[in-house]
Design a protein around this ligand. Sequence first.
Ligand code: MN
Length: 303
Amino acid sequence: MKVLTHWDTDGIVSASKLLEVIDVKEVYIPKIGSWRFKAIPPNAFGDVLYVLDYSLPYEDWIEVCKRVKDLIYIDHHPGSKPPCGKTINPALEGEAPPSASIVLSEYFNLPLDWRDAVAIAADLVNPEGNPIWEEIVKKEKLDKEKVKEAAALLNACYRLNDYDCIKKYIFKLKDMTLDELYNDSYLWEKRREVQKRIEELLNKTECEKVNGVKVCKVYGDPSLHNFANALWKRLKEGETIIITIDNERARIYCRGGNRDYTKIIKMLKEMGLEEVGGKVQVCSAYADLKRLDEVLEKILVAR
Ligand SMILES: [Mn+2]
């Protein structure tokens, strides 16, 4: 059996937990930043495939289904249900679990542990007050600040486009404690590089308020798209949109202000944009630079 998992902390934790219950031949990571069939490494096909914390447009699921013996799709992103295999995704029934690791743990009857707390902290940005998170933290007597920092440490791998780092921790995590992860010098090296990059980007980010929404723009090379949610976390003031712009295209990342972003996601898909995705709490899409103003205006007036 093979596993395809999202490149972020929740994806790492979900795969780490799956390794405890099934015999995995190989773990694959999609091309970072892309939520399409073409982002999947071709070697991921040809066997039974588990897809974790990673959703695709329906037409791309069709292509996946043509190439696998069976598909087990475990996720918490709203989106489309694959036409083959087994789907375990409460978000398709209107629920909003805080992490894919929770969905996976429930399905396989695995106890929730510190790794799930880290996954939730990474996906929610601010996990304080989330009942599942609070329960794990209390039961496992975890230091909340360490949990949040551990989430950022694991996310440092993908921000630097480091696939080996992601895979390394998928296999290591089950034998580690939160303290061991928190004190991991390899990850801290990555994290410091990320922090430096975030500060550099913040220095050249420009924000303005439009219709009560904070809109921030930053220009750079394509690697800056991996920092959209890190910038959001630092710049947020209610509803905040981060736009990262390279030479060809812009990534639009919207979050905050208690909006239901599934409506905006639907609208962005209807506009024919690339890589449209997200959850109730967040939306993301790529647009050709020529269409950026049009897209922004639609998001700002859509209510
Ligand atoms: Mn997730």
